[in-house]
Design a protein around this ligand. Structure first.
Ligand code: ADP
Length: 437
């Protein structure tokens, strides 16, 4: 023990105090010894001083003497307390220790060696206790900090939740607004298309060549606008969760042929071939024919739009697990691998410039993707820049009742109907061979 220890001896017996002083100073310990003869003086001694160890005579702990230890402890006086006792008092030891004493020593055993050992031990135990207390305090503080942090996180979580609700509401209102606007624009647009078509009928009256040309332009542009409006409308419905699938039994090849026939003039205008390669044995499926047609129209109009020479082919074939695959292949500009991951995101176009060659909203593929998923299928794309692209959709022959969004039809099983009508619908093909790559 290098530093000078401050020791307080509390004993009402002068002879005992002397004996303690003698025993403690004998080993040549560096220490300052203080002596008091009663409990009150002991408490007063702690007023201005701190000690490294206190030796307490057991007699001061008799009667309400125990309260000296309790008082010291309750005043948060953290000091090792060693009780000097007689052997006969052994049974009291537990009581003293419980009250806050650090150790005890029999007066009859008082020797310098033992006293130094007890003193060192008491100081060591006390230091360890202090360390534990300090650690406990730190733990308590950490716990409180954690509790505060948890409360803050909880409050933030609540804030985020509220903001999420507000955002959802804003998104819902935005989608509703988009849907309303698109709907309001579609009605007059249909009227323009209808009247332009009427004007072009010979029955309506002969138009001069420039007049006919102008009406045809009105018709073409109105149709384009209508298509864009439909895309926006579908996209808003999709965002608002309102794109529904209405499954029914239908002839898939018939629908594909009708869609191809509709797109034929567009392909011809660009001198592109548009062919169907049909390898399907059973044409009957139970899914949504309108949505299948919409998906195909979208993929075909993209294929034609992004192809300058060559052609577009639609390939249909059976897949294991009662699924069918429809691929739309083109010999167009293709898509770079870095762009391909973005094309299904809303408003993403490979060419985002205002001077871009190809018009469009960038909403077609996100809608297609969502529709294909709603129909229980999936879409994949393969493409090579400068060579062409292939969009491939896989659809279940019979949409599962889990996927359907509503209606009585859900529980019906159409497997038998689909099987019975196997081979019964052979539609003349537009072509038997695709000619892509
Ligand atoms: P857009 O209205 O622009 O056609 P889409 O969502 O249908 O929007 O397509 C997103 C983008 O994906 C297109 O702008 C185009 O860059 C690319 N893309 C789609 N189909 C093809 C294709 N067949 N060939 C090349 N690029 C394509």
């Amino acid at each position: 023990m290098e530093e000078k220890l401050k020791i307080l001896v509390v004993d009402d017996d002068q002879v005992d105090r002397k004996a303690m002083r003698h025993t403690l100073t004998k080993p040549g310990l560096e220490m300052e010894l203080f002596e008091v003869n009663d409990s009150n003086s002991a408490l007063a001694a702690f007023g201005d001083n701190s000690y490294d160890c206190v030796f307490l005579d057991y007699r001061l702990l008799q009667g309400d003497g125990l309260s000296l230890i309790q008082k010291l402890r309750s005043r948060e006086i953290k000091v090792p307390l060693v009780v000097l006792t007689d052997r006969e008092e052994e049974q009291k030891v537990v009581e003293w220790m419980e009250a806050g004493a650090t150790d005890y020593i029999y007066k009859s055993w008082l020797s310098s060696d033992i006293l130094v050992k007890v003193l060192r031990n008491a100081i060591r135990v006390h230091k360890a206790e202090m360390h534990v207390a300090w650690k406990n305090q730190q733990l308590q503080e950490n716990k409180e900090q954690l509790t505060r942090k948890n409360q803050e996180i909880e409050a933030q979580k609540q804030q985020i939740e509220e903001q999420k609700l507000k955002l959802n509401e804003a998104a819902r209102i935005k989608s509703q607004f988009q849907a309303t606007v698109s709907h309001e624009l579609r009605t007059p647009m249909n009227a323009i298309i209808g009247f332009a078509q009427l004007l072009l009928r010979p029955k309506t009256g002969e138009l001069s060549h420039p007049q006919k040309d102008m009406v045809e332009r009105i018709l073409k542009n109105s149709k384009n606008l209508l298509m864009l409006l439909n895309e926006i409308l579908d996209f808003s419905k999709l965002e608002a969760g309102g794109l529904d699938i209405k499954p029914e039994i239908f002839d898939l090849v018939k629908v594909i042929n009708a869609t191809i026939a509709e797109m034929q003039s567009l392909a011809e205008k660009k001198n592109l071939t548009l062919l169907l390669k049909n390898e399907l044995s059973n044409y009957i499926v139970f899914n949504d024919p309108t949505r299948v047609r919409q998906v195909l129209t979208n993929l075909l109009s993209n294929a034609i739009k992004f192809t300058e020479s060559g052609g577009v082919a639609v390939e249909v074939k059976e897949l294991p697990g009662s699924r069918v695959a429809i691929s739309v292949c083109d010999t167009g500009i293709g898509i770079a691998p870095t762009d391909i991951k973005y094309i299904f995101q809303p408003f993403r176009q490979v060419d985002q410039s205002t001077t871009r060659k190809y018009s469009g909203t960038g909403l077609g593929l996100p809608v297609v993707n969502a529709l294909v998923q709603k129909m229980g299928g999936k879409i994949t794309v393969e493409s090579k820049l400068g060579e062409g692209s292939m969009f491939r959709i896989e659809l279940p022959r019979q949409i599962s009742s889990l996927i359907q969004s509503g209606g009585e039809e859900k529980s019906k099983d159409h497997t038998d109907w689909v099987k019975k009508n196997h081979h019964s619908h052979h539609i003349p093909l537009l072509a038997q061979e695709g000619r892509l790559r």
